[in-house]
Structures are given as structure tokens and as C-alpha cells.
Design a protein around this ligand. Structure first.
Ligand code: SF4
Length: 404
């Protein structure tokens, strides 16, 4: 018997966007680059799950929710999140905290425990393993469910496929049925009573009614047709200005390279589409994986050696009070600069907000704070307050050049 095809709303969306992109991602298993908006959204989803966890008898306070957000946020670097710089990441961090504060101000007095949060359902249906994660479900009584999906992008709009997919899952999933029956044993069938998108950045809710059977039937025919195309290996690219501009697979795509992507070709002849991860190219030959691993180790060892040598040279030059010294072929120059160290980022963000300086600094990075401390347009009193939250350290910088 043929194996069920693993499917989800996001897989469907990618196939509809471009079947070739789907093939890169889910057939060749080439991961995409991290995207900051996914990292931002997942940090906020994690906090909403924390706030509304039905197992907790009491809702967390705002400081507890903010602490949870901080610890979730700090688990990954700005690169891992997909931000282009630490400054951009801090803007995201400040925006996340702002959203939580506004959310509490508007909703905390009316918090109610949901039926369940972040419910993962795998529904086996029509040859598919349909995987869905539902952000929040509330029980409306009489077997009816309200599905709530948090949105964290710039805007929110009706996404019919997502609504239909949720409805299909909720009304057919044995897992969800058992959750509802645990609450209300008399329920025979689960029905969607209401679907809702909650846009966290603007605290607005868009509500939708249950879709009619005909809409769901047509949607499902479309899902099954896409699944058939995937099984039949139909992955013709559908290039378009928007999707290709942001596509991580451009440098592998036949539309741009003029030839089919072949994973068994020498990996060194292919442009690397993204940083390697533990899940990266399953399709590489074993020997290529070995070479890749060896190169990673060699590079890591070289970095370690460079770092050790730098420290040794700086220490030797400082001890001898040299600002410049020569090898046979290279010269070393040592400069000392004042570096700002931020002692408490959260307090600094709040202080910048209070002083109305957040627009000047955009985020409390070492560079922006150093700039504010020397900015003539910033009041001396404000600088003094800022100075209490930072300390200045001397940092030696080593420059190596050919000594010609
Ligand atoms: S570059 Fe364009 S055509 Fe090629 S896979 Fe990406 S979206 Fe599809």
C-alpha cells in the first residue's frame, strides 16, 4: 500500500506558489534561510501559549509574560532568527514587548481559559497525513468550537485555504474530538462555530463563519489534485517577479541556471544556497558529507588558532607598550578604543522610550548608545541617566597588514 503523503497548509501554499520551490524544499530537503518574521511570530506564539496554557490555574502577570518572552527571544542569535543585524533584532525585541504590554492592557481583565492551545493534529485522510497546529480553540458548547489563529505580520487578510483547512481538520480529527468529549462527553460530532484571525500587532480580530459544505468540497478537491501532482512528480517552475525575488533557491533553479538541479553532482560545483544545518542535504553522497564535515572542522580549528594568536600578540604588545611591531612579512598595529557595554538592555529600552530617544537610537545597541552619549542634541541630564546603565571599557584592536 502506498505511503500517505505528509501534507499541511504551508506545504500546499508553497506548491501553489511554485512547484519547483516545493521540490527544492520537500523533495531535495534543502532548508530555507531563517526568516526574521517567522522567528518573531514563533516567539509571540510561544508567549500566547504560555499565557493561556489551560493547565495553569492562574494567568501569568505581565512581568511574567515579558520574562518568558525575553527568555524565548534570547535562545537564538540574530543570525539564527534571520535578522540582518543585531540592531534589527533589537527592534523586533522592542516591538514584541510593546505588543505584549498592549495586549495585557486591552485584554488581561477578560482573560479566559481556552479548551486547548498549540494543538498538533495529524489527520489520516484520503491518502494524506494532514498535519496542523491550531493556536487556540475555545469550546462554545453543543459540540461547537471557535478556532483562533494568531497573526503577527504587518497586515492580516482573509486566507480562505487556511480557514478551510482548519475546518476540515477540526471536524474530522479524532484527537480534537477526544479533547472536546473530555470536556463534554455528550458530544457526538465536532463542528466549527467560528473561525478567527487575531492580529497581535494591532490587537484586532477578524471573525469568519463556518464555510459551507460546497466550499469545503471544492477546496478538498483542490488539495487532492495538488497531492496527485506531487505524487506524479509534477514540479514545473512557475516563476514570477515576487516569488523569485525572495526565493532562497534562485541560484539552483533551472529558470535561472538553465539546467536541472542534480543533487548527485559534485556539491562543490553548486553555489551554496544557505548555511548548512543538521537537516541539510540528505541527498549529498556520503563522501561529500565527509568532506563537508572535515572542512567544517578545519575551519573551526583555524578560527580557534587565529583567536589564540590574536590574544597572544595583543598581550605581548601591551606588556611591552608597543603600538606597532613587525614580523618578517607583516606588521601589527594596536589601537585602543572606548567601548560601551550595556548593563541592562531592558532598562535601557525603557529609558530610551521615556526620554523619547528611541527614534534617534532605533535600538539600544552599543553603537547607538555610544552615538547618543556624544550627540550634542541630547540633553546632559539624559546622557547622565543613560551613563548609569552602561559602562565604558577599553578594548584593544589588532590590525595586521603586509609590512612592505
Ligand atoms: S526561483 Fe522562482 S521559479 Fe525558481 S524555484 Fe524559486 S520561485 Fe520557483
Amino acid at each position: 500500500m502506498a505511503k500517505n503523503l505528509s501534507f499541511s497548509y504551508s506545504k500546499m501554499g508553497m506548491y501553489k506558489e511554485c512547484p519547483q520551490k516545493y521540490k527544492f524544499r520537500y523533495v531535495h530537503m534543502l532548508p530555507e534561510k531563517p526568516k526574521y518574521y517567522f522567528a518573531f511570530g514563533s516567539a509571540l506564539h510561544a508567549v500566547m501559549e504560555f499565557i493561556f496554557n489551560p493547565a495553569r490555574p492562574q494567568f501569568p502577570t505581565l512581568p511574567q509574560a515579558l520574562d518568558f518572552f525575553d527568555s524565548t527571544w534570547s535562545k537564538t542569535s540574530f543570525e539564527q532568527k534571520g535578522y540582518s543585524s543585531a540592531e534589527k533584532e533589537l527592534e523586533g525585541y522592542a516591538e514584541g514587548r510593546r505588543i505584549l504590554e498592549s495586549y495585557y492592557a486591552k485584554n488581561a481583565a477578560h482573560f479566559e481559559h481556552p479548551l486547548c492551545v498549540e494543538t498538533k493534529s495529524t489527520l489520516e485522510i484520503d491518502g494524506l497525513n494532514l498535519i496542523s497546529i491550531l493556536d487556540r480553540m475555545d469550546y462554545l458548547g453543543d459540540g461547537k468550537i471557535k478556532i483562533l489563529d494568531y497573526k503577527t505580520g504587518k497586515t492580516v487578510q482573509r486566507e480562505p485555504d487556511q480557514l478551510y483547512m482548519y475546518q476540515k481538520v477540526v471536524e474530522n480529527s479524532p484527537v480534537i474530538k477526544s479533547i472536546v468529549q473530555a470536556k463534554d462527553p455528550a458530544v457526538k460530532n465536532v463542528r466549527v462555530g467560528e473561525l478567527s484571525f487575531y492580529h497581535l500587532p494591532t490587537l484586532t480580530e477578524m471573525k469568519f463563519e463556518r464555510a459551507g459544505d460546497k466550499e469545503i468540497f471544492n477546496f478538498w478537491q483542490n488539495v487532492l489534485q495538488i497531492a496527485d501532482h506531487i505524487r506524479a512528480g509534477k514540479f514545473d517552475p512557475t516563476p514570477g517577479e515576487n516569488q523569485c525575488r525572495w526565493c532562497d533557491y534562485r541560484n539552483l533553479c533551472p529558470v535561472f541556471t538553465g539546467k536541472d538541479y542534480c543533487p548527485s553532482e559534485d556539491a562543490n560545483s553548486l553555489p551554496a544556497p544557505f548555511p548548512a544545518t543538521p537537516n541539510a542535504p540528505q541527498t549529498l553522497k556520503k563522501t561529500e558529507q565527509d568532506v563537508l564535515s572535515e572542512n567544517i572542522d578545519r575551519l573551526g580549528e583555524l578560527y580557534t588558532e587565529i583567536s589564540r594568536l590574536e590574544k597572544e600578540i595583543i598581550s605581548g604588545m601591551e606588556k611591552n607598550h608597543f603600538s606597532r611591531h613587525f614580523g618578517k612579512h607583516f606588521k601589527a598595529e594596536l589601537t585602543a578604543t572606548d567601548k560601551v557595554e550595556i548593563t541592562d538592555t531592558k532598562k535601557t529600552v525603557l529609558l530610551l522610550q521615556e526620554l523619547g530617544l528611541l527614534t534617534k537610537a532605533s535600538a539600544p545597541t552599543k553603537t547607538t548608545i555610544a552615538r547618543l552619549l556624544t550627540d550634542d542634541s541630547v540633553a546632559a541630564d539624559d546622557k547622565a541617566k543613560l551613563q548609569k546603565l552602561v559602562h565604558i571599557v577599553k578594548e584593544s584592536q589588532l590590525k595586521i597588514d603586509p609590512s612592505l
